[in-house]
Design a protein around this ligand. Structure first.
Ligand code: UDP
Ligand code: MG
Length: 176
């Protein structure tokens, strides 16, 4: 008889947003997230293109704050040195609920003051919640976002099925 695996192993995308980088909060945020005792299976710094930003937040495209949100995640509100995000994939038991709890409510003014967003977030004069961190909100969104931000070979484990493909006549940059 098969042994039932009662563990609900999940993975999710976490972004330290440009305000988190500008405020030098990366260390604080990673320390806080480590309370969840999950593992990091991928990490990189990315300059977010307009296309990636719009695809990431496509479910919010009809919201009045959408354009300002795109500017925000592209780092356009924080100067060219901060036009990037730190992208991570965390994995572990009930990872999504655990990290969203540590992140706190979307609105930093409503977030628990000891949560990441409650401690470090703010609302801009244009009304955008600058809340320093993104965490995928459910397993379906997490899969979409992880596949959007990371290639399989950038993760040390493959949480979703992969396949081999050949790319012909494809220029890539290598070290000189
Ligand atoms: N956001 C905002 N105003 C709102 C709702 C959302 O500025 O009224 C921004 C905020 O930065 C948030 C992001 O849009 O983190 C994505 O919104 P979502 O509802 O998905 O919240 P999250 O999942 O990030 O808590
Ligand atoms: Mg969300």
């Amino acid at each position: 008889m098969a042994v039932e695996n009662s563990k609900n192993t999940e993975q999710l995308l976490v972004l330290v947003k440009p305000d988190g980088l500008k405020k030098s909060l990366t260390g604080n945020i990673l320390t806080k997230l480590s309370e969840a005792k999950l593992v990091i299976v991928g990490a990189k710094v990315i300059q977010v293109s307009k296309e990636l930003a719009e695809e990431h937040y496509k479910q919010l495209k009809d919201k009045p704050f959408f354009q300002e949100l795109i500017n925000y995640i592209q780092g356009k509100l924080h100067g060219s040195s901060y036009s990037r995000v730190l992208a991570l994939v965390y994995q572990g038991e009930n990872a999504i609920a655990k990290l969203r709890h540590l992140a706190g409510a979307t609105n930093p003014e409503e977030a628990d003051p000891v949560s990441i967003r409650g401690a470090y977030g703010r609302i801009t004069t244009k009304g955008v919640y600058e809340n320093v961190i993104h965490c995928s909100s459910d397993p379906v969104e997490a899969e979409r976002e992880i596949k959007l931000w990371f290639r399989p070979d950038e993760l040390v484990i493959k949480p979703y099925p992969t396949k081999k493909t050949t790319i012909k006549n494809c220029d890539i940059t290598v070290w000189d």
